[in-house]
Design a protein around this ligand. Sequence first.
Ligand code: THU
Length: 297
Amino acid sequence: MKLEIEYREGLQLPDGWLALMRAAADAAERVEQLPQPAAVHVLVTDDAEIWSINRSMRQVDRATDVLSFPTVSYPQGTHAGCVPVLLSREYDPDINAVYLGDIVISLDHVRQQAAEYGHRPERELCYLLTHGLFHLFGYDHITDADRAIMRKMEEQSLTDIQMERFDRSELIQRAKDAMTYSYSPYSHYRVGACLLAKSGKMYTGCNIENASYGATNCAERTALFKAVSEGEREFVAIAVATEKYLGWPCGICRQALYEFAPDLLVIVACGDQEDSACLRDLLPHGFGAAADILGRE
Ligand code: THU
């Protein structure tokens, strides 16, 4: 992808960040399977400038993390990867690409959100760029279903360049370590989990069985209840480790997790095998907390 990156004077981007942004854009292009070479302009700026752009272009009087201004209008329900004819009409021979639009990112928000999520700022920058790019490709997050699709594309794209919003291998390793504490004398099925809160803290858990089988607690809920009972309410991802086969969370755990984090990334790991999915896809038409229901339009 032709990524034209502009940044405010004085806002020097550390070495390597431009290359990371290009890698993120190329990954998004691959994941979307763009039928034409694309060009995008990115302005990396500060809160003051993104605020003024937000006010003048969108009449929203506040700073934000990322803004995107698509030039192509996609027919309802379509996106760049599935409209080759439309995009070929937009092809600009002068730049030898289809100009998809502009993205503005606030570096102040990048730093602030990276600290909040407990990861490196370059990861947050790549995430915001990827998010903006998928908007330019025609994705949106107004409905739950659209949001789940967009998140999946973003996740796939960031995973491609090992730039997820957290360190996946660390989460998996901690889940595997937690599995060693499993108390499972009845099923002998050992499970470990590691839940990442938005605060950046990780909470581990194992399954804890009981002679009256029904009193058993799964690893995922052990981790969740530890976290919630220490004040956490928002979560980013959970890794679940099992021994013989990949073990997706049971229905009760899906419901318990959905209460706090419908968009949770669920990673399952077994030996060197792994897979992942968004919780919304694991619990379609999920029954959510009041905030989630009231948030729906
Ligand atoms: N188990 C979990 O820990 N998580 C799941 O999502 C599925 C089941 C545990 C509970 C029980 O100790 C054992 O696996 C067999 O059901």
